[in-house]
Design a protein around this ligand. Structure first.
Ligand code: BMP
Length: 259
């Protein structure tokens, strides 16, 4: 199956995971493969930008541990916005410990991530136990997880055999793993969604090793499914107009793949 030439609606018929199906149906309906990385430090600032660009995105990614005034009220409001605008909530927690520890980090502490995040990211450096630990918490709540198989940063160690191992762990845990954070197409399995950060139109990197590619390079050339954009939108003079531009660039690249 060549997922990269399947339309979102066609691909749904080849998918079994309910979250993958839901995500693809949002992408199809809203004509977007854009995920906003809402990397801001105040709840109000996050809720405000998300309410403005919610219609342009299929997912909103958070780093909840950078929010200065975190509260359960904040995440409840985020969930309400996800229902209003129809997007999925994606906490980029990047778990990286033994199964027993990540279970507690996932369901407990002050964030209680499993209560509100549809999807979480995890590193696979601990081996498959990290996924099995998260799964015990997430499965009954209809949650999913995404494996960090490759990274956008310069000198990343997540490459080669490491990335291949991530793909294997994904295939072995398809009841819970719905895809990858990656910089290339890693498998033709239609169930597994490829999500690519390090996407920006105007600059090629930052001072701390981030490397950027354009939306069309990610979708059309690398055959990934979703573009994750943070500062490209957040620091723009007009973030709403910029979100529209990223949405259009990403969706146009997808349409080019179909023809
Ligand atoms: P920005 O578009 O502002 O560079 O933000 C990228 C976002 O994606 C950040 O939240 C970062 O943590 C995340 N990310 C990344 O940049 N590269 C990766 O390989 C994996 C990530 O999750």
């Amino acid at each position: 199956l060549k997922t990269q030439v399947m339309s979102y609606s066609e691909r749904i018929t080849h998918c079994s995971h309910p979250l993958t199906r839901k995500l693809l149906s949002i992408m199809d309906k809203k004509k977007t493969n854009l995920c906003l990385s809402a990397d801001l430090t105040s709840s109000q600032a996050i809720l405000s930008i998300v309410d403005k660009v919610g219609g342009n995105v299929c997912m909103v990614k958070t780093h909840v541990d950078i929010v200065e005034d975190f509260s359960q009220d904040f995440v409840q409001k985020l969930v309400q916005l996800s229902e209003k605008h129809d997007f999925m909530i994606f906490e980029d927690r990047k778990f990286g410990d033994i199964g027993h520890t990540v279970q507690q980090q996932y369901k407990g502490g002050m964030y209680k991530i499993a209560d509100w995040a549809d999807i979480v990211t995890t590193h696979v450096v601990p081996g498959s136990g990290v996924v099995r630990g998260l799964k015990e918490v997430g499965l009954s709540r209809q949650r999913g997880c995404v494996l960090v198989a490759e990274m956008s940063s310069t000198g990343t160690l997540a490459k080669g055999d490491y990335s291949k191992a991530a793909v294997r762990i994904a295939h072995e845990n398809k009841d819970f793993v719905i895809g990858f954070i990656c910089q290339s197409n890693l498998t033709k399995d239609p169930d597994l969604i490829h999500m690519t950060p390090g996407v920006r139109l105007d600059v090629s990197g930052d001072a701390l090793g981030q490397q950027y590619i354009s939306p069309s390079s990610a979708i059309r050339d690398l055959h990934t499914d979703i573009i994750i954009v943070g500062r490209g939108i957040l620091t723009a003079d007009n973030p709403v107009a910029m979100a529209e531009q990223y949405q259009e660039s990403g969706y146009h690249a997808y349409q080019e793949l179909l023809t």
